[in-house]
Structure formats: C-alpha cells, structure tokens
Design a protein around this ligand. Structure first.
Ligand code: ZN
Ligand code: ZN
Ligand code: FE
Length: 727
C-alpha cells in the first residue's frame, strides 16, 4: 500500500471534476478524499502502486468534457487511515484560479426539459455538472454553492439527494435546482409557467419583451415581424447594424446563411456564441446563434420561429443585470419584462465569432485565461482602451481576460468596467502591483490609471498593444513585424495613428512604416461621417507631390469643410487605415454615415464580394526614415470604376501595399502579426497572408483584433517590461 497527495491544476472547478475523481477512485477501490483548494483540486489517495498509477491515468484520460488539465503533481504522503473515498467541502489555498465560463444546456438536460415525466419538465433553470451558469453566478472562489447566486435557494430533498449521490449527473452541480426549490420566472405578479406563456404570447403578437438571461437582460422579438424589428431598432438607437437572430438548430441556420462544418461546430459548442455568417440572400452577413439556456429552448420551442435576441441596454449603456435597472431603463421601451429571482452576479454579453475568429469575447469564453509569453513577476491590471472595452489581469504566466463591457463613454459603462476589474482581482485573490494603460489622455481607462501612483503605471502605445496581443496569443518569441490597421489610436509622437508597420518585441517597438496622413475635419465628427474623411484626403492629404484627387465629390457643407481643412481648424491629423477605408466607401457612394463603428468598412467589404481585379495605383515614399504609403493615387484611381469592382480592387491594393511595406522592412524577421479592427475584414487577411508567402502571418483568433484585444496586449507588454532582459 502506498499513499500520495495529488494536485491537479487547470480548469478543474465547476466542470464536474470532483465527482469524476470520486467515480474513478471508487471504481479502482482507492481510499482517500478530494477537495477544491483555491483554484485547483487536491486529492489524497491510498492503494497499491499499480492501482494508483491507473488512478492517475484515468484522472487525465477520462476527465469531464469541459475540464482542462494543465498539470498534475504527485508527492508521497502518509497513509491517512481513511476506509473509503470522500468528496470534501472546499479548503482554502493559494495558486492560479479558474472561473469556468458559462456552458450551454447539455443534451441530457434538454432531454429532461422536454420529457413530461421528468420532474424538471419545462423547468427553465435545469442544469447539471456538464452545463449551466458558471462565471455569471460566482461571487467568490472556491466554486461552491454557498459562494454563488444560488446560495439563496436551499436544496429540496430530491435535489439534495442528487447533489450528494456520486453516481448522479448532478453530484456537486453547484447551480442544481428544480421547480420546488429553485428560481422561478416572473411576469408582473404572475410566476412560473404562466409567466412564460404571457411572454411568448406577447412576442407572438409582435411585442418586444425584455428577458432576464444568463449574463444580462436581452431584448427579444419575432425575427419575421418587420414592424417589431423596426420598433426594436428605434428602441436600441440602432438603425442599421445587423441584429443577432437565435434559431432552433443548425438546419434552421442553414436556411438563412451559409454554414460550413466549422461554423456548425462553433454554433453547437458549449460557448454558443453569435456566429457571423454569409447570408443566403447575398446581402450583409448575418449573426446567428443557438439557444444556450433552458429558457431560450422553451421560447424557441413554444414560438416555433426564429427570434431576434439582442442585449438589453439602451445605446451606450451597459446591459441591465438587475431587475431594478431593467424596470427603470428597459421597462418604458418594451411590452413586458420576463424576470426571475436568480441574481446575475457578473455581466456577460453574448460573444461574437466570425470565420473562427473572436470579435467579441464575453459569455462562454471569458474569464478563461490565455498564456503570457513572458511570465509577469508581479500582478498587473491592464486597463484596455476605450471602445469594445476589456480588462486583463496578468498573474504569473497567465492572463485572465475579463468580458467585453462595451464602449467606455459614460459613468454607467465606467462603473461596469470598475466592477469587472474588481471582480477579476477578487476571484484571483490578488491585489495588482501595477496597471498598464493606453497613452490617450482622454480615454476613461487612462483617467482611471491616473489614480495609481506614477511609478506603478505602465503606459503602452495602442498599436504596439494591438500587435503584441496577436503575438502573445500565438506564443511568438523574438522580434516580429507588427501590422496595425485600425481606426485611431494615439501614437508615440503625439499624433493619431492607425496604419502602422512596427518592428517590435514585447518590450519595445520601432515605427518603420505608415499610411499617408490626412486631416479629420471636425475630429470625432469625421469618424462618424466618411464623406468628411473623403474631403480630408481630397483637400488636405499629406503632400508627396502627386496630382490630387479630381474634385468631383459632393457632400453637405463641402465649402465649409474645405475652409476648415485649409485653415487647419479642428482638423487633427491621422495616418489611419480605417479612415482610408471610410474615405473609399464615401467616394464610392456606399456610406455617408457610420451608424456604428466600422460600418463604412463593412459596406466596402460587402460591396467587394464576388468581384475582383488588379490593384489600383499606389506608391511608397521614403520620409523621415520610414516607408510611407501614399493613398492619393489609389483614391484617384478608385473613381471611374463601378463600386463593386472598385471596392474589390481597393482591397487588393491595400493587401499589395501591406506586402510591399513588410518586404521593405523585414530584414531577417519572418513573423508578421496583424492587429487592429481593420483586420476583422476576412478577405483582407486572406489576401495579405497569400501575398506574404515565406512569412509566418498571424492574426488574433481567441483574442479580438479590435480594441477588445488591447488589454491582453498591454498585459503581455507590461509583463515583459517588468521581467526585464531580452524579450
Ligand atoms: Zn446538463
Ligand atoms: Zn429541488
Ligand atoms: Fe485600436
């Protein structure tokens, strides 16, 4: 007989790991116990050496589907004198901790949900160790019911028996519940099944209903009712941005969009993100997702039609998670509220994935951690940027990326950001020693950073963070070429950047190439009005001695804007790729107003679909020791082509320019990291990758290339700076 202490690290809490240990131990006749300690699992085991070896093998080989074992350590121990195997309550300890992302309803629970003989028939909060809410209900760790939003729901006898039965699927399933002891739905004063019925009737009649979901309230209406959708768009202040549609299954999705095998897997994955897919009718892409909570399954079953399901917030505000806030902010806008009495502890918007790459990282993915290429010698809180905001906490060799909290533009979103950051630190039980932040002085995240003592602040340039995020995700070592194309970020020289070629390591970068500059007439206004941007290039582009664009373009206030540009009144200068896409879209008559960030670029990409052609004219110049792309010949050439062909040729041009810039600066460096929101453009990434034959071309996959990835990039850079040495 031998005895040993086994520690298992990784994603091992909230995924049915202790029950798994129990089952394996019982099957082999191992004596001992298992408990959650901090963020990992500690097992004591006594048995024959061979049995113990089999035990350790089965622990790994038969691990539950959602567990991820990073490391198993074994140390010899005294015999504990136990006669059986026990599952213990949690102990406390130190170490990296994991909070499991929320998991979509599993097949077994679905079977019970629609089985009239099951005691949880049509119960909207059914779950088990394989599925259900996790990150959205955790108050603190270790993960035990008493530290979740379920602590207010004492188990009934039947649920308690399941919870304590090692042979049961719900053995130690912390959110376990049933109609007798668990949360219930509410519609005004009506509760339970009748409340659900009132909500579905309202949706069937064309109403808009606010529904309390997993990570926040959602606004729901009939996806086939144009009037309801038009009303929802007004309510959301969202005139054109596509709305996500929830469909029953993959085959229903195939009726609306082109769904390949990879996309189908993504739709059906436990994270159940919104997947952006090419629409069947050839128009813009559509965002589709499958029901991921029992309540969604009931809604889709009862209504038997696709539903528009969008986050429950007014434009610019964070999603409502409390009933009071939903009543106050959404109540006046909707035809009814379907609430329930399980509190939402943490706000998690739906995640968005396009072509296998993360666009918005939230429910189902956050707060899972990613590796840091250089471990951080001290905990760092990376505060992100401004739009599509996220926060990242660097602890040791892991970066815990918090969920998307929206655009940091007002008190409400700022408060949401602070609460998310606070929760990340509380879960990890660390007090960060440093913060990493953007250079832009007016970002609310930067203002937050100013509360920190100066010597504990690590400023990080925006585009360095973009490309470092891509490099870090792929574990790049040594120098790399960063291609950062996005809207705007503050550069190291105090001007606005956004079309940048950087020769970089995690610790440092050198700007070796850029896009030609143009003024932004009216600053922020120019970001919303692509037509103004076109005038910016027309009247005020950086001079390379080229003939300018013919003055055949016509927008409101043209003369006024021309004078603004000539006199440099409220005209900040930017070398932005995103703004060049805006100008091109405006010149082609595709977009005169960005009703959401990147709309012009989305329309330009859509217009290019199905067209092709050689690159338009372009030139590189040498200026101030770097290579500069002069976009004026391109824009001049753009006019006089039909919009579709011109849009396709514009994309080809930008890809060719990128390849040329990289080849000019590469030297012996062979790794290229793409970053910035412009690279959400799938076609552009493909063309650049093809053109850079002989290079390793990387782009964000698990981390968004847009500003949602900035905090992770900041964390990677800060860790490398603190670690010192050559990184
Ligand atoms: Zn389940
Ligand atoms: Zn119960
Ligand atoms: Fe950016």
């Amino acid at each position: 007989m031998n005895s040993e202490r086994i520690e298992v690290h990784g994603t091992v809490q909230g995924v049915g790991f202790r029950p798994h240990v129990y089952r394996v131990a019982s099957a082999l006749g191992i004596r001992g116990d298992v408990r959650n300690v901090g963020g990992h699992v500690v097992i004591t085991a006594s048995g024959h050496p061979e049995t113990l070896a089999a035990f350790r093998r089965d622990l790994r080989d038969r691990a539950p589907a959602h567990a991820r074992i990073d490391d198993i350590t074994v140390t010899p121990a005294e015999d504990f004198g136990l006669t059986d195997f026990f599952v213990r309550d949690s102990g406390f300890g130190v170490g990296p901790r994991t909070v499991v992302p929320d998991l979509a309803t599993c097949e077994a629970c679905l079977g019970e949900l629609f089985d009239p003989d099951d005691r949880r028939y049509r119960y909207p909060f059914i779950n088990c160790t394989d599925c259900g809410p996790r990150a959205t209900i955790v108050e603190s760790l270790p993960y035990d019911r008493s530290r979740t939003a379920m602590r207010g729901f004492p188990l009934c006898d039947l649920c308690s028996a399941e919870y304590h039965d090692p042979a049961d699927r719900r053995f130690h399933a912390e959110p376990v519940a049933c109609p007798d002891c668990g949360p219930r739905l509410r519609w005004d004063a009506v509760t339970g099944g009748e409340a659900l019925h009132l909500a579905t009737s309202m949706i069937a009649r064309g109403g808009i209903v606010a529904i309390k979901g997993i990570g926040g309230y959602q606004l729901v209406c009939d996806a086939r009712n144009d009037e309801a959708i038009a009303r929802l768009r007004i309510v959301k202040h969202r005139p054109r941005k596509p709305l996500a549609v929830m469909v029953r299954d993959v085959s229903e999705a195939r009726g609306m969009a082109v769904v390949d095998a990879a996309a189908a897997r993504q739709l059906e994955s436990p994270a159940a993100p919104i997947v952006v897919l090419p629409a069947r009718d050839g128009a813009l892409d559509v965002g589709l997702f499958l029901p991921y909570s029992p309540l969604h399954h009931l809604l889709l079953h009862d209504l038997a039609r696709p539903l528009v399901v969008t986050s429950g917030n007014r434009s610019g505000e964070p999603i409502a998670i409390t009933d009071e806030r939903a009543e106050a902010t959404l109540g006046p806008l909707v035809d009814g509220i379907l609430a329930h009495d399980r509190p939402i502890v943490a706000r998690y918007d739906d995640s968005v994935v396009r072509a296998g790459r993360m666009v918005r990282r939230a429910r189902g993915f956050a707060p899972d951690s990613l590796p840091l290429p250089v471990p951080s010698p001290a905990p760092v809180l990376a505060l992100g940027a401004q739009l599509k905001h996220t926060t990242t906490l660097a602890v040791g060799d892991r970066a815990v990326i918090g969920p998307h909290t929206g655009d940091l533009e007002n008190v409400e979103t700022f408060t949401a950001f602070e609460r998310t950051a606070e929760a990340l630190c509380r879960w990890q039980d660390v007090t960060p020693d440093y913060c990493a932040h953007d250079l832009h002085p007016r970002y609310l995240s930067t203002r937050h950073a100013r509360r920190w003592p100066r010597e504990r602040r690590i400023p990080v340039q925006h585009h360095h963070a973009h490309v470092a995020a891509t490099a870090a995700e792929h574990g790049v070592r040594g120098p790399f070429i960063g291609v950062a194309y996005d809207g705007l970020g503050l550069g190291g020289d105090g001007t606005l950047w956004g079309g940048e070629i950087l020769l970089a390591t995690y610790r440092d970068y050198r700007r070796v190439g850029r896009f030609g500059r143009a003024p932004l007439p009216g600053g922020e206004v120019a970001v919303r009005r692509p037509g103004r941007m076109a005038l910016g290039y027309l009247y005020g582009a950086e001079d390379f001695g080229e003939p300018s664009i013919p003055d055949c373009f016509d927008v409101d206030d043209q003369e006024l804007i021309r004078r603004m540009i000539e006199r440099r009144v409220n005209c900040p200068i930017a070398s932005s790729a995103g703004r060049l896409f805006d100008a091109a879209a405006a010149l082609l008559g595709l977009c005169d107003e960005n009703s959401y960030e990147g709309e012009a670029a989305v329309l330009l990409e859509a217009a290019a679909h199905g067209h092709s052609g050689p690159a338009l004219d372009w030139k590189l110049h040498r200026r101030d020791g770097m290579w500069v792309y002069d976009p004026i010949p391109t824009l001049r050439d753009l006019l006089g082509e039909p919009a579709g062909v011109a849009a396709a040729r514009f994309h080809t041009t930008i890809a060719e320019v990128t390849v040329a810039l990289v080849n000019e600066v590469a030297g012996t460096v062979r790794t290229v990291c793409l970053g910035g929101g412009v690279f959400q453009n799938r076609g552009l990434v493909d063309e650049v990758t093809r053109g850079l034959d002989g290079f390793q071309v990387l782009v964000g996959e698990r981390v968004p290339v847009n500003d949602g990835g900035i905090s992770y990039g900041q964390a990677a850079i800060a860790a490398a700076l603190l670690a010192g040495g050559e990184h």
